[in-house]
Design a protein around this ligand. Structure first.
Ligand SMILES: *Cc1c(COP(=O)(O)O)cnc(C)c1O
Length: 383
């Protein structure tokens, strides 16, 4: 080594210590995390094979079974956001050539379609205008027509604010040996879910919406029937990181290293689930419903209207129509810049037509609604 290396420097960046605004996150996610969850996250990490950490993983599994109302042994948290858990359901259930029928009633149905296609599925779709849901009859006809190996539905469509009823769907699936896969990203913790009762075979969620935790560790579960398909497949799962055969050895009895668990995310997730268990999942569902109804009444008292029929409206995410002549984007920007309140804009068919207001997890409180009403009064055009 004769020549000196000239170091690239960071001097030009002139960085200050982290200083982020304190926003009230009333959009489609993330929602604000509970202070106790943030405190848990700030705990000194242990190793990912530490006996105390393995015990914590067991607790997360039990708590996830509770909030989902399932006995599935294969119930874990995937390292990553909801989309990683979504990809895990697809990767572990689809073998190339399998017919999957996807109910598309918004943005996330389309994401499932894209993903399933990438894993070599023969993807069939049924669609609904954004804001509506499928009737049992429509699902029956589609299943009889396509005879799919898997039916995928979005229980809570965050892009539209609609909640797909699940009662009776499993009975249709059982007749054709169809596995039932559902997206519960915006329903877990905030909307009643009875996975076993509903006969669901694969489900996933996220941490940053109804669970009141930062994003990064995402619930995943599969039934014995879905496990059987996985264990009998002649081809390997086409995604190493999300292969449940491998992950099951870390979460199960063998405790074999697969990847380093995001330790502090699991601390946070465990605390958020513990808080829900302390409150009681039914109370948690009721709280979300009550505060959503308060939001709907309050928005109506401001002269605003909701996009989704009350019967199918999600308590966690409400699409509020932007009034005629108002600049929805500019108003949302003012809420953020001047009042530190975030609401979401519309996606796809609803772009420019609605705001998306989330009342999820820790944020599902009357105070959130009161704050939003106050600030909307300041910025809505006077009529
Ligand atoms: C947010 C969301 C996802 C994706 O989750 P990320 O955590 O953003 O990866 C998937 N499905 C639905 C219905 C969602 O609302």
């Amino acid at each position: 080594m004769t020549q000196a290396i000239s170091l690239k420097t960071s001097q030009k960046l002139n960085l200050q210590p982290l200083n982020m605004p304190n926003r009230l996150l009333l959009g489609p996610g993330p929602s604000n995390a509970h202070p106790a969850v943030l405190a848990a996250m700030n705990t000194v990490p242990v190793g990912h094979l530490d006996p105390t950490f393995l015990a914590l993983m067991d607790e997360i599994q039990s708590l996830l079974r509770y909030v989902w109302q399932t006995d599935n042994p294969m119930t874990i948290a995937v390292s990553g956001t909801g989309t990683a858990a979504m990809e895990a359901t697809i990767a572990n259930s689809i073998e190339p050539g399998d017919v999957i029928l996807v109910g598309v009633m918004g943005y996330f149905g389309n994401r499932l379609v894209d993903m399933a296609g990438r894993y070599g599925a023969d993807v069939r779709t049924i669609t609904k205008p954004w804001g509506q849901v499928f009737s049992l009859d429509e699902l029956k006809t589609a299943i009889e027509t396509h005879r799919p190996r898997i039916l995928a539905l979005v229980h809570a469509e965050t892009s539209t604010g609609a909640c797909q009823p699940m009662e009776g769907v499993a009975e249709l699936c059982q007749k054709y040996g169809t596995l039932l896969l559902i997206d519960t990203v915006t329903s877990l913790g905030g909307v009643p879910i009875f996975l076993d009762e509903w006969g669901v075979d694969l489900a996933y969620s996220c941490s940053q919406k109804g669970l009141g935790c930062p994003p990064g560790a995402s619930p995943f579960t599969m039934s014995a029937k879905a496990m059987e398909k996985l264990q009998n497949r002649p081809t390997k799962v086409q995604n190493w990181y999300l292969d449940m055969n491998l992950l099951g050895k870390y979460w199960g009895n063998e405790r074999v290293y697969h990847h380093t668990a995001p330790i502090n995310m699991y601390y946070a997730l465990r605390e958020s689930l513990r808080l829900i268990a302390e409150e009681g999942i039914e109370n948690c569902w009721q709280r979300h419903q009550k505060n959503a109804e308060y939001l709907w009444e309050s928005m109506e008292s401001l002269g605003l209207t909701m996009h989704v029929d009350k019967q199918y409206r999600l308590p966690t995410l409400t699409t509020v129509r932007i009034p005629e002549g108002a600049d929805g984007k500019a108003i949302a920007r003012r809420l953020l810049d001047e009042y530190n309140v975030e609401v979401g804009g519309g996606l796809g068919e609803l772009a420019g037509k609605v705001w998306r207001v989330g009342l999820m997890g820790y944020n599902s409180r009357p105070e959130s609604v009161d704050t939003l009403v106050d600030v909307l009064r300041q910025v809505l055009p006077k009529s």
